[in-house]
Design a protein around this ligand. Structure first.
Ligand code: BDR
Ligand code: CA
Length: 324
């Protein structure tokens, strides 16, 4: 079993990534950490608890509060995509009896900031931990700034971020997670730990539709599928307005999927750099992904260039469908 830390700015697709990780027996989720990104940190922490609350568990992973702001710039959240609560408005839904449809359970959040918890876990399990980072990389960068040598004992890092051969989503050239904290991304990319980067080039090939969720629900409803349907409604509408299709990009779930089955994506190895200063390009990630690229250098970063969308989507829905 792979020991993982899930670092998330929950977020609609982050929420689905948490559920997928928790429903994957190949993964032992040691901790879930919150970082400001799609929503301010208080919402993120509350969302993590609401999502974990959907799972009937005797034990939950350690929860850690992370960084409330990017390293060097103010937070730019994404309410237009994830709703003001970060969960597509589901925190405001109620049942017929007036109780919240997705209540926030009182799961305890540990006293340590996320960066310290990362360092402790890496010390407890050297060369064993996979960090799956599906938000801005502020928590991970903080941990590197505190103790780079200890963070080098991570086994691997899987990051959802970047866009290389396509237009991007936060700015023309900047994908959201890297755009929010470009300096943090640069610090983590330079760490030298084996890394798989899952950019929009791969994640935008994987689109969940409402009909896919409803089809699985016909075989048997469960709270996770209901949540997937409810939480993605706003997100799908936002994609319709911004991107011209009604569906949900499965950015963050794909990163978790790759932790379980690396073959869900095709990769090439490259050095990856982040523009941290450009007026128009701050937050842009740069790599040479051509097979014989002139600027290719053997590096420690595998960049996903495409995804097996069909296999991943059926895997994802099967995992959510399983007994909760
Ligand atoms: C990334 O940005 C966020 O809005 C999503 O949760 C995902 O992690 C996609 O660019
Ligand atoms: Ca995210």
């Amino acid at each position: 079993m792979k020991r993982v830390i899930l670092d998330t700015d929950t977020g609609v697709d982050d929420a689905l990534a948490i559920l997928l990780a928790m429903r994957s027996p190949e993964l032992s989720v040691e901790a879930v950490a919150g970082v400001a990104g799609n929503a301010p940190l208080n919402h993120v922490m509350s969302n993590i608890r609401r999502v974990l609350g959907l799972l009937a568990r005797a034990e939950y992973p350690a929860l850690a509060r992370g960084e409330p702001e990017p390293l060097l710039r103010p937070l730019q959240a994404a309410p237009e995509m994830h709703g003001p609560d970060g969960l597509g408005g589901v925190t405001q839904l109620h049942r017929a009896d007036g109780s919240p449809r997705y209540p926030e359970p009182a799961l305890p959040v540990g006293p340590q900031p996320a960066a310290e918890l990362f360092l402790d876990l890496v010390t407890a399990y050297p060369d064993e931990i996979t960090l799956i980072a599906v938000g801005p990389l502020t928590n991970a960068a903080r941990a590197v700034l505190k103790d780079r040598q200890r963070m080098r004992r991570l086994k691997e890092i899987i990051v959802m971020g970047g866009a290389f051969r396509r237009y991007s989503n936060a700015r023309v050239h900047a994908e959201f997670n890297i755009h929010v904290d470009p300096m943090a991304a640069q610090i983590v990319f330079n760490l030298g730990v084996p890394m798989t980067l899952i950019p929009l080039d791969a994640t935008e090939q994987v689109i969940l539709s409402r009909s896919m969720v409803e089809e699985v629900m016909r075989e048997g409803e469960n709270p996770l599928l209901e949540f997937a349907r409810d939480a993605t409604a706003y997100y799908m509408q936002a994609h319709l307005v911004q991107d011209g299709f009604e569906g949900a990009y499965m950015h963050d779930p794909l990163a978790v999927g790759v932790a379980v089955r690396p073959e869900f994506v095709q990769t090439v190895e490259s050095v990856v750099s982040v523009e941290t200063r450009g007026y128009h390009t701050c937050g842009m990630a740069v790599a040479d992904l051509r097979p014989e690229g002139r600027w290719r250098r053997p590096g420690h970063i595998k960049v996903a260039t495409g995804a097996d969308a069909e296999s991943f989507l059926s895997f994802f829905l099967e995992r959510l469908k399983g007994a909760s």
